[in-house]
Design a protein around this ligand. Structure first.
Ligand SMILES: NC(=O)C1=CN([C@@H]2O[C@H](COP(=O)(O)OP(=O)(O)OC[C@H]3O[C@@H](n4cnc5c(N)ncnc54)[C@H](O)[C@@H]3O)[C@@H](O)[C@H]2O)C=CC1
Ligand SMILES: O=C(O)[C@@H]1CCC=N1
Length: 270
């Protein structure tokens, strides 16, 4: 990750919903990002479009205003991407890069829709909003990889992938996975309630556990070391970990969630 925003070009974003808003918040929070170079295409007013507009961004630009765009980001739903992109496919410069964060939409299909312009695909998490995201990146094109990396590296750890198909497991392990982790934390809170905690206390403690777990690896510590630091020999953590491992329970749940996400991503790409 980098401390400052280094990409020196106009940026256009189509779709400012949940992920698009997170991207906008992340860019606006990155030192050196020039909001007056951001153009957002979105059919509704959102708090992110308002925030971006107040900072100097253009909302729903004219074709003329798209002429200096060096990168066009697609953050719409897979079902509507062709109609959302169509009005802009020909107005952006011939050498503009197109970056898609959509799950399951194939790079070749996007490249054809934008007249062969270089395309990168990324799979980020919504924590880009807090500049603490991660994003898998694939592109066969060096320029697209470089421009997309520069666009995301102020708000995400950009992880290069060697093949497009690897974006599907990246969706399961990163893009969707924060929701899987929240589901586990919710289950922990319910288990605490079953052991006698009041609901409020159970949720506060479980959320605190999530914060503590994230803080414990924020310096890049290995997951194994982080586990060992908490699991005293013969103690409560080891007892809990052993229970999680009975019949491969934790691994089975993770495998089921990732496989289902991968299967859905493959399904979307058909
Ligand atoms: N939500 C997440 O955590 C992540 C989402 N993604 C990908 O991001 C993409 C967007 O997902 P979300 O943000 O969750 O969906 P969303 O439904 O919250 O946002 C999509 C936005 O696109 C806008 N839109 C639709 N048609 C439009 C058009 N013709 N012109 C302009 N704007 C238009 C909608 O008004 C909406 O605000 C999806 O392809 C998804 O696979 C990827 C990683 C994480
Ligand atoms: O649920 C979805 O389809 C999107 C892609 C990854 C996270 N959210």
């Amino acid at each position: 990750m980098t401390d400052t925003f280094t990409l020196d070009t106009d940026i256009a974003l189509i779709g400012c919903g949940r992920l698009g808003s997170a991207l906008v918040e992340g860019w606006l929070a990155t030192p050196g990002f020039k909001a007056d170079r951001l153009k957002i295409i979105e059919q509704y007013e959102t708090s992110a479009t308002d925030q971006a507009k107040a900072a100097g961004a253009t909302i729903n630009p004219s074709p003329e205003q798209m002429k200096g765009v060096g990168i066009l980001v697609l953050a719409i739903k897979p079902a509507v991407w062709r109609e959302a992109l169509q009005p802009f496919a020909d107005v952006i410069p011939e050498d503009a890069v197109v970056a898609s964060v959509m799950a399951g939409v194939r790079l070749d299909d996007i490249r054809k829709a934008v007249g062969g312009r270089p395309v990168a695909r990324l799979m980020p998490t919504t924590a880009v909003a807090q500049r603490q995201g991660v994003a898998g990146l694939y592109s066969p094109d060096q320029k697209a990889r470089d421009v997309a990396t520069a666009l995301f590296e102020g708000m995400a750890d950009v992880v290069p992938l060697e093949a497009e198909d690897l974006l599907d497991p990246a969706t399961g392990v990163a893009g969707s996975a924060p929701a899987f982790v929240y589901a586990f934390i919710q289950a922990l809170a319910r288990a605490g309630e079953a052991e006698g905690l009041k609901p409020d206390a159970a949720v506060r403690l479980a959320r605190g556990a999530l914060r503590s777990a994230a803080a414990g690896v924020s310096g890049g510590q290995s997951l194994e070391d982080a586990i060992e630091r908490i699991a005293s020999k013969g103690g409560t953590t080891r007892a809990g970990l052993d229970a999680l491992e009975v019949d491969g329970g934790a691994a089975r749940a993770a495998t089921a969630a990732v496989s289902a996400a991968v299967a859905k991503a493959r399904d979307l790409s058909r």
